[in-house]
Design a protein around this ligand. Structure first.
Ligand code: SD4
Length: 323
């Protein structure tokens, strides 16, 4: 072999070898780079969170997994503050609120929707099929019908009985019963490391007709920025809306706070401004891009679920008040 051919052959060889090594390196790098899917949600909604975690493990994207997770509670008749079986407003109408946000910052929401259970899925369709972010009431219902969602009676026998009982006193205080609210806010990270979320509720029991809380408000009940992380809220919507709590948490994380520290600061903002904070609950969950999570609340008793590596566990939240 002459010198030129030798150089060219060995050069090709070493290019191939180095390419080969590079390809192997890329492959193994991309294997390592695959993220461990994570699902977290407000309250002890074990089945909902597990459904989302398993969906993520089967390769589902973060948004669809979050919607599948919250659907478990929307369809749970025993949950009186989400979906079918949710407590009605003062006139006896069950009205639902929901929103979704994906890893590209796209979002959709529906408010004050009657007769449809899977409102987070409807919110996704608003995001995908309309030039808008939010549809309300009748408009949202007509849209849901056109999108093929099934119309249902959402007032169950037991929620109607509870409502009739409430009518005897009509004792309405715009104060959330500290242990009796179960809005589901869920954040998912898929195996691409993308974060998305969904939030779904029937809001406050026996609320005024037309009342809408934080849950369908992007930035209040839910916010995701795929560069940073996401946050979701539950509790007294009127207070959460005043500080755009979920947006605030994401911005605090962007500025370097851990999810835990950011949730604590968001609760403290509400506490500092509100001398009546003992009368209501506000609780947050958050997850950052590194998969770290956190939660915090005003009153003891709040918990979040976390699904990671096949393990679905309940984490009791620390609280501002140790009551
Ligand atoms: C709302 N944040 O409508 C909701 C209430 C809630 O479980 O969290 N309920 O204000």
């Amino acid at each position: 072999m002459d010198r030129r051919r030798f150089i060219s052959t060995t050069a090709k060889g070493s290019i191939a070898v180095s390419l080969g090594i590079h390809l192997v390196a890329c492959k193994s790098k991309s294997r390592i780079m695959k993220n461990t899917p994570i699902a977290i949600c407000t309250w002890a909604f074990s089945k909902a969170n597990e459904a989302a975690g398993k969906a993520l493990e089967s390769g589902m994207n973060a948004l669809d997994a979050a919607i599948a997770g919250v659907a478990v509670e929307e369809e749970n008749l025993k949950n009186t503050t989400v979906g079918k079986g949710g407590a009605p407003d003062r006139e006896g109408n069950v009205t639902l609120d929901a929103c979704v946000m994906d890893h590209n910052g796209n979002c959709g929401a529906v408010v004050c929707v009657e007769g449809y259970t899977n409102v987070a899925a409807i919110a996704k369709q608003v995001m995908l099929q309309t030039p808008h972010v939010m549809l309300a009431g009748e408009g949202a219902q007509e849209f849901a019908e056109k999108q093929g969602f099934k119309k249902e009676q959402l007032l169950t026998e037991s929620s109607e009985n509870a409502y009739r009982e409430w009518l005897k006193t009509e004792n309405y205080k715009p104060i959330i019963n500290i242990e009796n609210h179960d809005t589901i806010g869920m954040l998912c990270m898929d195996d691409n490391g993308d974060i998305a979320g969904a939030c779904s509720t029937s809001g406050l029991s026996y609320k005024m007709k037309g009342r809408v809380g934080d849950s369908p408000i992007i930035g209040a009940g839910l916010f995701v920025d795929n560069e940073v992380g996401g946050a979701a809220a539950t509790g007294m919507g009127e207070e959460i809306m005043k500080s755009l709590g979920s947006f605030l948490i994401v911005e605090l994380m962007r500025n370097g706070m851990s999810p835990q520290a950011a949730c604590e600061e968001a609760v403290l903002r509400t506490v500092r401004k509100n001398p009546d904070h003992k009368d209501f609950q506000v609780a947050y969950i958050a997850m950052n891009k590194q998969g770290e999570t956190g939660s915090y609340c005003i009153h003891q008793g709040f918990a979040m679920m976390e699904y990671r590596e096949g393990n679905n566990r309940q984490i009791s939240s620390t609280s501002y008040l140790n009551d």
